[in-house]
Design a protein around this ligand. Structure first.
Ligand SMILES: C[S@@+](CC[C@H](N)C(=O)[O-])C[C@H]1O[C@@H](n2cnc3c(N)ncnc32)[C@H](O)[C@@H]1O
Length: 210
């Protein structure tokens, strides 16, 4: 279901019409890298879309693998990588599956605006996958929409977007409970992130594998 929706979007919409597709890396990601809380290392992005952030990190010396459920997104990310001469790898896979195609482990994992596509009943499986794929002391950054975000009709936990997708809006407490068993949480905060039409409130969680 999720895959069909994403295929429809990435297969039919030009990149400039995809609401989250912003080539400039987000301030919070740039701050994380420039502060050297994460240094260049083997990195995996879950829900990489067209690969913008993977390209930013590759430019900073990171060895990046991007994973997305949409084969069209992955094909376009690979094309963009070729055009830009970036060595990042892109793989089509569902983060809720066994991630068999990802045959390596990593020092840093992140998802940027992906977790709000994963509903609460599936999140434990995803977080276990992230934990399994990280090396000891591996770092993990997760950024997803907050329930305090005023977009898409305001206050509900499940909200339908203009594209017809349904997203889940989290609270800091829920995410603390989700991550706590697997990760030592270094930072958990609500931040403003850019959107094409309006900014969003999002929850930023930066962690280390337990
Ligand atoms: C809002 S977009 C963000 C894309 C990218 N991180 C960016 O900021 O441009 C969410 C991405 O997560 C992907 N996604 C959603 N559910 C997924 C799943 N179960 N497994 C892998 N990717 C998924 C979507 O295809 C989409 O590319």
């Amino acid at each position: 279901m999720n895959q069909d929706e994403m295929e429809e979007i990435y297969g039919n919409k030009p990149p400039e019409k995809i609401p989250w597709n912003i080539a400039t890396p987000a301030d919070a990601l740039v701050e994380l890298i420039e502060s050297e809380k994460v240094k260049p290392c083997k990195t995996i992005e879950f829900g990489c879309g067209l690969g913008n952030y993977a390209f930013y990190l590759a430019g900073q010396g990171f060895d990046v693998t991007g994973v997305d459920i949409s084969p069209s997104a992955v094909a376009k990310a690979k094309g963009n990588a070729l055009k830009q001469g970036v060595a990042s790898r892109f793989l089509a896979a569902d983060v809720l599956g066994d991630l068999e195609v990802v045959q390596e482990t990593f020092d840093f994992a992140y998802d940027w605006e992906m977790l709000h596509h994963i509903f609460p009943e599936n999140r434990k499986k995803y977080v276990e996958n992230v934990h399994r794929i990280l090396n000891p002391k591996g770092k993990y950054l997760s950024v997803c929409f907050s329930e305090k975000d005023p977009q898409f009709g305001g206050s509900g936990k499940y909200r339908e977007t203009q594209l017809g997708t349904v997203l889940y809006f989290s609270s800091e407490d829920e995410l603390k409970e989700l991550f706590d068993s697997y990760f030592k949480i270094d930072e958990l905060k609500t931040i403003e992130i850019s959107g094409k039409t309006a900014p969003h409130l999002a929850i930023y969680a930066f962690m280390e594998k337990k």
